[in-house]
Ligand binder design. Structure first.
Ligand SMILES: Cc1ncc(COP(=O)(O)O)c(C=O)c1O
Length: 444
C-alpha cells in the first residue's frame, strides 16, 4: 500500500511520484479528508527538510537538489515546463491548501465568517515579509492587471499630465493608462528601450531625458515580457523621485522569480501575479503601495473601510473573496521559503546564463535579453536568422516535450522565442533547447 507518511523522511528523489499518484487517487475518490490533505503537505515538507539537511550551508546546490524539488510540482510527468507566462505550475502543498479551504467552505461555511479573515491577515504578513515590505503596504488583488488599474485610476491627474512608459509594455500595463487618457485627457509618452538594453545608466537616462514639467508617473515593466529585461527599478525610482515623479512597476513575473525587497527598491507601486513564478493559483495577486504614496492613491472600489482604514487594505474593500486562493498563495510562499528565495533567484539566473552562453555560440542567434544578471532573470528571449520562432516552439515541443513560446512581433523587430528557466528545469533540459535550436539553425 502507498502511504504519504512512509515517504516523509526517505529518499527525496524517488518518492515524489508515488505521492503524486496517491494525491491523484485521493482527489478522484471520496477519501479526500482535511487531515489527509494536511498529511500530504506535511510529508512534502518533511522530504524537503531532509533534502535541505543534505545540502546544509550550500547556497548553490547541485542538480540533484533541484531534481528532487521538481518532484513536488504537479505538472504532467515528462513535460518540460519552460514557459512561466500566463500561468506557471503549482507545488503540491499549494494545491492541497487550495482544496482544503474550499472544502472547509463547503463543509463549515460558518468558518468563512469566523476564522478566514484573521487567516488572511496572516497571509498578508507572510507576503509582506517575503517582499521586504510592511504589512500595511500590501494589497491582495486578483492579478497584475487589476493592480495596474488600481494605480492608474486611483491617482488624481489633470488633462495634459504625462505618463511615461517604455515601448515594450504589456497590454495589462498600457490599457489602464489608455482608458485614463480617453477619460481624463492625460498624455502617454513612449520611451524606446534597446533589445537587448545597454546598461542601467542607458535605461535610466532615457527616462530622465523624457521627463518634463508635466510628467507625473513612470509606468514601466519590472519584468519586460518581450525581452526578459529586469528593469533597474531602484535606480529609476531614485531618479524619478528627484523630479517629483512616482513609479509604478509592472512585475507580473517578478514574485517568486526574484529575491525582492520593496523597501530597498524604493518603488511607489508594484503589481505582480503570484501564479506565474511563485506557484500560487490564478485569481490572487499582489499590489504593493509604498506608505508615502498612499496619501496620493484613492481606492477604486469601495465598501465599508475605504475611508477609515489607515493601511493599504483600504484598496481591497471588495466584499467577499475566494479566501482559499489567498491561503494557497501563503502556502506557495512557505514552499519557496523552505528553499530560500536568494537560492531560487541564483538558480534561475544560473540556468538562464547557461542558455544565453549556449545561444551566443550558435551562428545566426540573436539574444534579445541582456547577459547582465542585474538586468535579466528567468526570462530569456532570442531569435534565429532564417528560422521562424514558431518553428522553434513547435520543434522543441514535438522533439523533447519542451514548452516555450513565441513573443514580440516582426514589425517592432522583437519577434522571437521566450524561454523560462525556473527551478524545476535542469541544465540538461536547457541543453536540449540548445540542441534543438542548433538543429534548426543548421537547416536554415
Ligand atoms: C509584463 C506583464 N504585465 C502584465 C501581465 C498581465 O498579467 P495578468 O494577466 O496576470 O494580470 C503580463 C502577463 O504575462 C505580463 O507579462
Amino acid at each position: 500500500m502507498i502511504t504519504a507518511d512512509h515517504e516523509a523522511g526517505g529518499g527525496a528523489v524517488s518518492t515524489g511520484i508515488s505521492r503524486r499518484t496517491f494525491t491523484k487517487a485521493l482527489i478522484g475518490g471520496s477519501a479526500l479528508s482535511l487531515a489527509a490533505l494536511d498529511r500530504l503537505s506535511a510529508s512534502v515538507y518533511a522530504s524537503l527538510d531532509a533534502l535541505n539537511q543534505q545540502y546544509l550551508n550550500d547556497p548553490s546546490p547541485d542538480g540533484a537538489y533541484w531534481d528532487a524539488l521538481r518532484e513536488h510540482y504537479m505538472f504532467q510527468e515528462g513535460l518540460i515546463m519552460m514557459n512561466n507566462g500566463t500561468v506557471g505550475p503549482m507545488p503540491e502543498p499549494v494545491f492541497n491548501t487550495l482544496v482544503k479551504y474550499f472544502k472547509v467552505q463547503c463543509e463549515q461555511p460558518c468558518d468563512v465568517y469566523n476564522t478566514f479573515a484573521s487567516r488572511v491577515d496572516g497571509v498578508r504578513e507572510n507576503l509582506a515579509r517575503f517582499i521586504g515590505a510592511s504589512v500595511d503596504e500590501v494589497v491582495l488583488t486578483h492579478n497584475t492587471t487589476e493592480g495596474m488599474n488600481f494605480v492608474a485610476h486611483g491617482l488624481d491627474l489633470e488633462p495634459g499630465d504625462e505618463i511615461l512608459m517604455s515601448n515594450m509594455e504589456h497590454p495589462g500595463g498600457i490599457n489602464p493608462w489608455k482608458l485614463k487618457a480617453a477619460r481624463y485627457g492625460v498624455e502617454i509618452k513612449e520611451v524606446p528601450i534597446g533589445l537587448p538594453p545597454g546598461s542601467v545608466e542607458e535605461l535610466v537616462d532615457a527616462f530622465e531625458s523624457a521627463i518634463t514639467s508635466r510628467t507625473k508617473v513612470i509606468s514601466v515593466s519590472h519584468t519586460v515580457f518581450i525581452s526578459g529585461l529586469i528593469f533597474p527599478i531602484k535606480e529609476l525610482s531614485e531618479m524619478a523621485h528627484r523630479h517629483g515623479v512616482v513609479v509604478l512597476a509592472d512585475s507580473a513575473h517578478g514574485l517568486g522569480m526574484l529575491d525582492l525587497d520593496m523597501h530597498d527598491m524604493g518603488v511607489d507601486f508594484f503589481a505582480s501575479s503570484p501564479y506565474k513564478w511563485l506557484g500560487a493559483p490564478t485569481g490572487i495577486g499582489l499590489l504593493y503601495v509604498r506608505k508615502e504614496a498612499q496619501e496620493r492613491l484613492w481606492p477604486t472600489i469601495a465598501t465599508s473601510g475605504w475611508d477609515n482604514t489607515s493601511s493599504a487594505s483600504r484598496y481591497e474593500t471588495l466584499g467577499q473573496r475566494a479566501d482559499a486562493l489567498a491561503f494557497a498563495m501563503g502556502e506557495a510562499i512557505d514552499f519557496q521559503n523552505r528553499v530560500g528565495k536568494a537560492r531560487i533567484d541564483r538558480r534561475i539566473k544560473t540556468l538562464a546564463s547557461h542558455l544565453k552562453g549556449g545561444l551566443a555560440e550558435i551562428p545566426g542567434a540573436r539574444l534579445h535579453t541582456s547577459k547582465d544578471c542585474y538586468l535579466s532573470g528567468g526570462l530569456t528571449a532570442f531569435s534565429m536568422a532564417g528560422v521562424d520562432p514558431q518553428q522553434i516552439v513547435d520543434y522543441l515541443r514535438e522533439r523533447y516535450n519542451i514548452v516555450v513560446r513565441t513573443i514580440g512581433n516582426e514589425a517592432a523587430g522583437t519577434h522571437g522565442v521566450r524561454v523560462s528557466t525556473h527551478v524545476f528545469v535542469n541544465l540538461e533540459q536547457v541543453d536540449r533547447v540548445l540542441d534543438g535550436v542548433r538543429h534548426l539553425a543548421a537547416r536554415a
